[in-house]
Design a protein around this ligand. Structure first.
Ligand code: ATP
Length: 413
């Protein structure tokens, strides 16, 4: 179960077990915006490069896990790779890092082809920094020794350790032991360790999964700020939609070995490519509609659409875009009146499940009307021009109410 109420249409926080992690990891605090990223200059300064994955296929025995995945990331940018447990995220990242070989396809970092026909660069020669889950520093080694771990016997070890500790704002911490550091400081040491061999990019595999919600939020902000300041090219693997949105300049949504959509967090949330993506990245209601160009007729009235639509469609209605009012006398028999079936109070928001025409719609607001369970309510749509999908795209998905994925735990209580 999630640890805290989720005031917006957020996906719940998953907790699926992780089998084969990619590497080590830890970190640190602070805020910072994606927009603040010092893109080109910082990327050049610290040697980060772009990543290009082309047509990667992978099967394990009869089981096809990756189906021709294409994905690219500009240098200095952070991409969140988001998808349910088992969709192939870790396999893809293991192929990028060289721990797994693709059946087909190519991996390029900067100008270098790391994997492709007849090419398989060893993981240690790829210059990809790996960070895994929390608590992966060597507890018996000092901060300095942890940071130096990947440097071999090079003569400039001490200089490089000082440099990377300075980069993560831990100058002078060389002699401290990990257990004397805060969680955030530990994570920064892990980043310093990953940075020490001058990687071309960083892969962070569920780096915050093991943390409680408060520390996780704090460290997400700190790591995001740090990656931006470093100009790092980074991929963050997660099945947590909140984390993907907070951490990524862009988000790639993966399902069953395919990248279903890639875009900025607001593009993915606001214009999901499919009903599946819509319901994976947040709570979603779908109501039936009949499209005729720029509008769609729905039980909630005629709605403007973001793109021309025709015929039978399913219209995406985020719970926060559904307004509830006490029905006027002349509204009582209209299609847009339902009955409150259940209510939940989260503090910042209230959520109502409304029974309407045999379906359940979820509404969420910080200003719910003073309704009670059993009351009639008039529903109206208050969102931006609506996103609609051909009705046939709903196959296999629940049409209304909160979408629950088998791979996601239940949403907030
Ligand atoms: P999670 O978020 O739970 O870590 P994931 O999206 O990272 O999941 P993968 O770990 O890439 O998913 O696994 C994708 C599929 O490939 C799963 O069905 C998994 O069981 C299978 N798989 C992964 N590695 C192997 C392997 N070495 N042998 C057989 N099957 C494997």
């Amino acid at each position: 179960m999630p640890n805290a109420p989720q005031p917006r249409d957020a996906a719940p926080r998953p907790q699926a077990p992780v089998r084969r992690r990619l590497g080590n990891g830890r970190n640190g605090q602070a805020a910072g915006g994606r927009g603040a990223r010092a893109h080109t200059g910082a990327a050049d300064r610290n040697g980060f490069r772009d990543l290009r994955i082309v047509g990667v296929h992978k099967s394990f025995g009869e089981s096809k896990v990756l189906h021709g995945v294409d994905l690219s990331i500009e240098s200095g940018r952070t991409l969140s790779l988001l998808g349910p447990s088992g969709c192939g995220k870790t396999t893809l990242m293991r192929i990028v890092s060289g721990l797994e070989a693709a059946d087909r396809g190519e991996v390029h970092v900067g100008e270098r082809l790391l994997a492709g026909p007849g090419v398989h660069t060893a993981p240690e020669s790829r210059r990809i920094g790996l960070l895994g889950q929390e608590r992966s520093l060597f507890p018996h080694l000092s901060v300095g020794a942890n940071a130096a771990y990947g440097l071999g016997r090079s003569s400039d070890r001490a200089t490089r350790v000082r440099e990377v500790l300075d980069m993560v704002d831990l100058a002078g911490f060389e002699k401290r032991m990990p257990d004397s550091l805060s969680g955030g400081q530990q994570q920064r040491v892990a980043i310093a360790r990953a940075l020490a061999p001058r990687p071309r990019m960083l892969l962070l595999d569920e780096p915050f999964q093991a943390l409680d919600v408060h520390l996780r939020l704090e460290l997400q902000a700190e790591v995001r700020t740090l990656l931006a300041a470093l100009g790092a090219t980074a991929v963050i693997v997660t099945h947590d939609q909140d984390e993907a949105f907070v951490m990524g300049d862009e988000v790639a949504v993966m399902q069953e070995g395919h990248i279903r959509q890639r875009g900025t967090p607001s593009e993915v949330y606001g214009h999901p490519a499919s009903p599946w993506v819509a319901s994976f990245v947040g709570d979603a209601n779908f109501i039936p509609g009949l499209g005729s160009g720029a509008t769609v007729a729905t039980p909630l009235g005629s709605l403007a659409t973001c793109c021309p639509v025709s015929g039978e469609v399913a219209v995406l209605v985020r719970p926060s875009h559904l307004r509830l009012d006490a029905p006027a006398e002349d509204q009582r028999d209209t299609a847009a009146v339902g009955q409150v079936e259940a209510m939940r109070f989260y503090g910042p928001a209230t959520e109502c499940r409304v029974q309407i025409g045999g379906d359940i719609l979820l509404a969420r607001s910080d200003r719910m009307p003073s309704v009670r369970v059993g009351d009639d309510v008039a529903l109206s749509y208050t969102g931006p021009p609506a996103v609609a999908y051909p009705a046939s795209a709903m196959a296999g998905l629940r049409r209304n109410g909160r979408q629950r994925h088998p791979e996601r735990p239940n949403p907030a209580p």
